[in-house]
Design a protein around this ligand. Structure first.
Ligand code: GLN
Length: 199
């Protein structure tokens, strides 16, 4: 399986390493041809406003949105969660998302950069021990549509969600050296949806 990491801005290398550790062929993608050549895509953390503007500037915005609507498995982390959400609160004027995931997400919901934190999460689908999660100016999920599964929460706010082939976390598992969240994406989300022929 070929997995692309959208390489317009954000912590691309860390995701490539985590995915590589899961035994898949992972590489940076930033052109339409590259994006069309992968079976699944990771959209990393960074700054959602910048990533969406760069996706327009590099002329890949519509390609990504189209592949998502056709059923490509996607994992969006932090800014990536914002970028695949159907609705974004506290967005900047004109901020665009690729859409697909039926959730309302609130940007910077946990506060500013100084309010960044780490915590241990119980994650439905990942067995013990708890997942150490790093939150950096993170969004949370304000509400979910039908068919969206909440996998982890902080103080009652969903921070990991899945809707069929679309998966998102508010936090950054690529920073901890624990690859279980990437493994969940590859072994559960991608394998189930690719087997079901969604893509
Ligand atoms: N606050 C950022 C945004 O709105 C996300 C931060 C992150 O990805 N670590 O895009």
């Amino acid at each position: 399986m070929k997995v692309g990491v959208l390489a317009l801005q954000g912590d691309v290398r860390e995701h490539i390493r985590s995915l590589g550790d899961c035994g898949v062929d992972a590489f940076a993608v930033r052109t339409a041809t590259q994006i069309n050549s992968v079976d699944a895509l990771v959209i990393p953390g960074g700054e959602s406003t910048t990533i969406s503007k760069l996706a327009r500037a590099f002329d890949v915005f519509d390609v990504i949105a189209e592949r998502i609507s056709q059923g490509m498995p996607v994992y969006g982390s932090c800014a990536g969660m914002i970028l695949i959400a159907n609705q974004v609160l506290d967005a900047i004027d004109g901020q665009e998302s690729f859409r697909g995931l039926d959730v309302v997400v609130r940007r910077n919901a946990f506060g500013r950069q100084v309010d960044s934190f780490e915590t241990d999460l119980s994650f439905n689908g990942i067995t013990e021990p708890a997942v150490r999660a790093v939150f950096i100016r993170a969004p949370w999920v304000e509400s979910v549509g039908e068919g969206v599964e909440v996998l982890a929460e902080v103080d009652g706010h969903p921070v990991a969600v899945r809707q069929n082939q679309l998966f998102a976390t508010s936090f950054h598992p690529e920073l901890t050296g624990d690859n279980r969240v990437h493994r969940y994406f590859i072994d559960v989300v991608c394998k189930q949806s690719l087997k079901a022929g969604v893509n």
